[in-house]
Design a protein around this ligand. Structure first.
Ligand code: MG
Length: 162
């Protein structure tokens, strides 16, 4: 069993993961509209991962006997300043997610809720991976430039993500 308060916090995060999927789906739409299909494919994998994250919260809440809530999902944007800005915005978004997972971990520790604390550890590690991945892309853009051939090379590289 988890507390009512913890259930509410985890439901908020379930919703935020769905919103994250929407954020990345908007990026798929924008990259596709530019013909950057490798980058679009990379973001499509992000969408899939975010839906899996939402699923993990869903299952955990249910296993702990809590009531799942499915709230409205905040809208996602489909217009962006440039292809490079997709990655700058992704980084900002992932930092927000990291902060949320840290706050959740804090809340679990304050309640002596060791199970939720342990459940959240996977997400903390996942956030390290997410941020490192995007940092790598931003470094490539900083070296090669944010437009032209550099972007096409990046499109080719990111298109290989499985
Ligand atoms: Mg996520």
């Amino acid at each position: 069993m988890i507390s009512k308060k913890m259930t509410a916090l985890l439901n908020d995060q379930l919703n935020f993961e769905m919103h994250s999927a929407y954020v990345y789906l908007g990026m798929v739409a924008y990259a596709s509209s530019l013909g950057l299909n490798g980058i679009a494919g990379w973001f499509r994998i992000q969408v899939k991962e975010e839906l899996e994250h939402a699923g993990k919260f869903f299952e955990y809440i249910q296993k702990q006997g809590g009531d799942v809530e499915l709230k409205g999902i905040e809208a996602g944007k489909v217009e962006f300043a440039s292809a490079a800005s997709l990655f700058e915005e992704s980084m900002k978004h992932e930092k927000k997610v990291t902060k949320r997972i840290l706050d959740l971990t804090d809340a679990a520790k304050k309640e002596d809720d060791y199970s939720t604390d342990s459940f959240l550890l996977w997400f903390l590690n996942e956030q390290v991976e997410e941020e490192a991945q995007i940092t790598d892309i931003l470094q490539k853009l900083a070296i090669g430039g944010k437009t032209g051939n550099s972007l096409l090379i990046l499109d080719g590289i990111l298109g290989q993500r499985k």
